[in-house]
Design a protein around this ligand. Structure first.
Ligand code: PHE
Length: 438
């Protein structure tokens, strides 16, 4: 049933037993939301780019990346859960739809060191940071996931990478320490930075280096977040939505783990009374810089999702709206501006349940059901939820019931059309998931 090859943005790839990228997903690779100047995600992207004038800016790198770049180059273990076919869209064993913008770290660092123009020239401002010693990558990323108002199998991330010469760190550090002090200068990690065995610094680094990198990273990220949230609050005030007059944005740093940074943190910011998880970050694993030929440099990286922040800044209640071409959505925004979305009427939802026996002795992955529903129903599906589950005490057979909530964002749906879609969903479930309808 599977075609022998598939196309991603004009390139053709052979399929194999790893292939699980659906046509519904592949269709998204050409949408280019980040290149529509008045799309909220593109507006946010530009706002962030502006905060980093000395960084190279990338926003047009193809989402088809090698498994090596997405996982191996970053030190993901061979059995890391993120690699599984139930979490990731594979084109084939060697190629996949990137699951995060970190997939471009090694590649772009290396291109800088080797002066590879084919990659360097893809930066929008290639003259600014010609050797990719500092860069941002904004891009669409793909993950198999559940279906609800804040999850969509395609979303967008912004990666930031900043490297420093080790000798410059050394001289700036010794310049800062008093020339009269006889003791060797001891690095002061800021009060908020606790390096512990759970979240260790790397043996390749000196404490001075870690202190320097982490200080710079935290200051940079802090500034970025404050600038953007301040703009958002100001925009709301101008628009007469003076419900939010927040002027300070406290942040906190939660210990985290990523295979490609150490130590690592999750940055959270207090916005409208809630701690908002903004992004992951940390000190780049030296192995990556070494592999790029940059043994003489160290650095930090961050990566964060654009949708959640955009939903907050623009007041967008459902992630599907970003993919809508309804002019009542698209006409509400303008380049460089943060406006509050005025909701148009929510159309009546149409829930349909499907109950079935799990394949006996076989496997059932929930994300296979999610993708199947997306393929058949597209953006008419608002959510898919498990509503009941039981195992028969005598036969040992397991049953599940899922509620599929159908609801269009721009019109009323009829029961006839939804019944037809639901029939196709049920039919495909039997054919492709090995389940038995009840
Ligand atoms: N790539 C990570 C993610 O998608 C985020 C990250 C980027 C963390 C860079 C650390 C450094 O969750």
């Amino acid at each position: 049933s599977q075609p022998s090859e598939l196309k991603v943005l004009g390139s053709t790839y052979a399929t194999d037993k790893w292939t699980n990228a659906t046509s519904a997903i592949l269709d998204k690779t050409g949408r280019n939301l980040l290149h529509q100047p008045s799309h909220p995600l593109a507006i946010l992207k530009e706002l962030i780019f502006k905060e980093f004038p000395t960084f190279a800016h990338y926003d047009a790198i193809t989402p088809a990346v090698s498994t090596y770049n997405n996982f191996d180059s970053l030190g993901f273990a061979k059995d890391h859960i993120g690699r599984s076919r139930s979490d990731t869209y594979y084109i084939n064993e060697k190629m996949l739809l990137r699951t995060h913008t970190s997939a471009h770290q090694l590649q772009l660092l290396k291109a800088g060191r080797q002066g590879d123009r084919s990659l360097l020239d893809q930066a929008k401002n290639s003259k600014v940071a010609p050797m990719n010693e500092r860069f941002l990558v904004a891009a669409d990323v793909y993950r198999r996931d559940e279906i609800d108002a804040s999850h969509y199998p395609v979303f967008h991330q912004m990666e930031g990478v900043c490297t420093f010469s080790r000798s410059e760190i050394q001289s700036s550090r010794s310049a800062a320490s008093s020339p009269s002090s006889s003791a060797s200068p001891v690095a002061q990690l800021s009060d908020t930075t606790v390096i512990n065995s759970e979240n260790p610094m790397q043996p390749e680094h000196t404490e001075e280096e870690v202190a320097f990198i982490v200080e710079d990273m935290k200051r940079t990220m802090n500034n970025m977040v404050v600038q953007i949230l301040t703009k958002a609050v100001a925009a709301k005030k101008t628009a007469g939505d003076a419900d939010n007059t927040q002027t300070e944005f406290p942040v906190r740093w939660i210990d985290a783990y990523f295979p490609f940074t150490s130590p690592s943190w999750e940055m959270e910011v207090l916005f409208q009374g809630e701690w908002l998880e903004i992004c992951g970050c940390g000190v780049i694993k030296q192995k990556i810089l070494d592999d790029a030929g940059m043994t003489d440099r160290v650095g930090w990286a961050f990566g964060f999702g654009l949708e959640r922040l955009a939903m907050l800044l623009f007041g967008v209640p459902d992630i599907r709206l970003f993919w809508s071409s309804d002019p009542r959505f698209t006409n509400q925004f303008a380049p460089g501006q943060i406006n509050t979305f005025r909701a148009f009427s929510r159309h009546p939802p149409c829930p349909k349940d499907v109950s079935f026996w799990l394949p006996q002795g076989g496997e059932f992955h929930e994300n296979d059901l999610m993708d199947l529903v997306r393929e058949v129903a597209g953006d008419l599906v608002e959510g898919v939820k498990l509503v009941d589950e039981f195992t028969h005490p005598k036969t040992g057979k397991s049953s599940r019931c899922y509620r599929i909530n159908y609801c269009s964002m721009d019109r009323n749906v009829t029961h006839e059309e939804i019944n037809e879609i639901q029939d196709r969903v049920r039919d495909q479930m039997v054919q492709r998931l090995g389940i038995t309808l009840r």
